[in-house]
Design a protein around this ligand. Structure first.
Ligand SMILES: [Cu+2]
Length: 238
């Protein structure tokens, strides 16, 4: 496959499954496209207007119509069955894991939330970052995806992970990275004027390095939560 036709490097455990289906569909539709375009131009040339040649009136051909209906139908059934395995593997269930992240999309930002030192979500010592996600390599991660305002789409191209974030619901997705590195987080749903700026970065670490990062962030978050507690409580808006 030439480089300009190939997908970005796949770095999740299920990216080969997605790529396989993608390339099968690309080949099937590519061959059908080239064949039909070739016939279109060929027939336009063969049956062009010529002096002394009268057009013939045809009322269709039942056998031909059955063939061009049955062949695509069989192909569709084949593709549906072929993609089912990948769908069940990726969407069917989420591997058991203690690594969980809450991601909240808003115009135009990804808020990434980790448990604080208390091991709980939605408490004052949560670790919260903006557009800056960190994960360990080789471990399944469960992501709870939310949105504050409009529909966004959480897209990690290299992980073959794309999921809409919908206001009012939490949608769980998962991934398991196969190598360390930094990768792009993009919003794949036109969500307003700043849509194009809604980008983040995912850093995949060695597990030890990741735990060290998280611990440091938890210590900083706890210190901040503690400092926040001595401040007078903010008055609720009138
Ligand atoms: Cu967005």
């Amino acid at each position: 496959m030439p480089a300009w036709l190939s997908l970005p490097e796949g770095v999740s455990t299920y990216s080969p499954d997605v790529d396989k289906i993608f390339y099968i569909i690309l080949v099937v539709t590519g061959v059908a496209f080239i064949l039909t375009e070739f016939l279109l131009f060929l027939f336009a040339f063969i049956y062009r207007k010529r002096e002394g040649v009268r057009a013939t009136y045809t009322h269709g051909n039942s056998r031909l119509e059955v063939v061009w209906t049955v062949v695509p139908a069989v192909m569709l059934i084949f593709l549906a069955i072929a993609s089912r395995t990948a769908w069940v593997k990726i969407k069917g269930s989420i591997p058991k894991t203690d690594e969980e992240v809450v991601i909240t999309a808003s115009q135009f930002n990804w808020e990434i939330r980790y448990r604080g030192a208390d091991g709980q979500f939605d408490t004052p010592d949560d670790v919260i970052t903006s557009n800056d996600m960190h994960l360990p390599v080789g471990e399944p991660i469960r992501i709870h995806l939310r949105s504050k305002d409009v529909i966004h789409s959480f897209f990690l191209p290299q992980f073959r992970l794309k999921q809409d974030a919908v206001p009012g619901v939490t949608i769980d997705v998962w991934l398991q990275a196969t190598r360390t590195g930094t990768f792009e987080i993009a919003c794949a749903e036109l969500c307003g004027f700043g849509h194009a700026t809604m980008r983040g970065q995912l850093t995949v670490h060695e597990p030890g390095e990741y735990r060290a990062w998280l611990q440091e962030a938890q210590t900083a978050a706890s210190a901040q939560a503690g400092a926040g507690a001595v401040l007078p409580a903010a008055k609720p808006p009138a």
